[in-house]
Write a protein that binds this ligand. Structure first.
Ligand code: 13P
Ligand code: ZN
Length: 271
């Protein structure tokens, strides 16, 4: 069977945008070997022919994701390298279809490539965003930014709110581009439902969460936007490290300076 991207140009545009971002993750040094994973809800781009593609394999899920019943996702493959997703997305990822109960999925294109080990987290987030937050969030992007991970090794930043506040205070753009701030999740074993459950709690307040000693995860409507949020946070963390190297604990923007951005840019208030 020919690639789904050959017959479905709208889907091809989406998948090549994911490939573009996979390349950025590698270039940034955030994607060692198979580090990181991406999932995107592509249901709106599937035509009738694609929807009826036969299952290459059916896999039961560890949980039921009711809000995702009948939805389609592009998902990067487990063990696959972002630098290769960038060049050949359909050889390093696949399109999956959730069944009507939301408790199993079929791999339908192009190849039988097993989804990321973080699929429980990704689907939990897509499910949460649709059913609880009621937003049209289509993208979950997980990556391993060295500078941000380093900060999760520092005890004071594990206290709720401290890391996000510090990152906001390094440069005004961070308050503007990541308006809901950053959540922090105590260490959990990668790929587990415990990690997924802990992440969902933080998504009530944030679009970006840090997994202690592991990585970063962003949700959004657009894959480029999720990359931009992580990139901006990484920039903030670098400013923090450089300022510290210059001799002192960086002062950061004051609360007054940060609050001054809220009415001008129409930002949500800090809680
Ligand atoms: P996968 O190769 O299974 O996507 O795992 C990479 C990763 O970053 C796990 O958190
Ligand atoms: Zn990871």
């Amino acid at each position: 069977m020919s690639s789904i991207l050959e017959s479905n140009k709208a889907l091809a545009v989406q998948v090549w945008q994911i490939a573009e971002v996979a390349g950025y993750l590698w270039e940034r040094g955030w994607a060692e070997r198979n580090g990181g994973n991406i999932s995107v809800n592509v249901s709106e781009f599937m035509d009738e022919l694609d929807k009826n593609r036969p299952a290459l394999r059916t896999v039961a899920l560890l949980a039921t994701f009711k809000a995702l019943a009948g939805h389609y996702f592009f998902v990067t493959g487990t063990g696959r390298r972002m630098r290769y997703v960038a060049k050949s997305p359909m050889e390093n990822g696949s399109i999956i279809r959730l069944n009507d109960a939301g408790d199993a999925y079929d791999i339908i294109a192009d190849n039988d490539i097993a989804p990321t080990s973080e699929l429980p987290s990704h689907l939990s987030m897509h499910n949460y965003m649709r059913s609880v937050r009621g937003c049209d969030t289509k993208v979950v992007c997980h990556t391993h930014p060295t500078d941000l991970i380093a900060l999760t090794h520092v005890k004071k930043f594990l206290q709720p709110g401290v890391l996000g506040r510090m990152l906001w205070s390094m440069i005004p753009e961070t308050r503007i581009i990541v308006p809901r701030g950053v959540g922090i999740i105590p260490y959990e074993i990668p790929g587990t439902m415990d990690l997924a459950t802990a992440t969902i709690k933080e998504l009530a307040k944030h679009d970006v969460v840090m997994w202690e000693k592991h990585g970063c995860l962003a949700v959004g409507e657009d894959i480029i936007e999720t990359f931009d949020m992580i990139d901006t946070l990484s920039k903030s963390s670098q400013i923090y490290f450089y300022a510290k190297q210059a001799g002192e604990e960086p002062e950061g923007m004051t609360n007054e300076q940060l609050d001054g951005l809220v009415p001008v840019f129409g930002l949500p208030e800090v809680d």
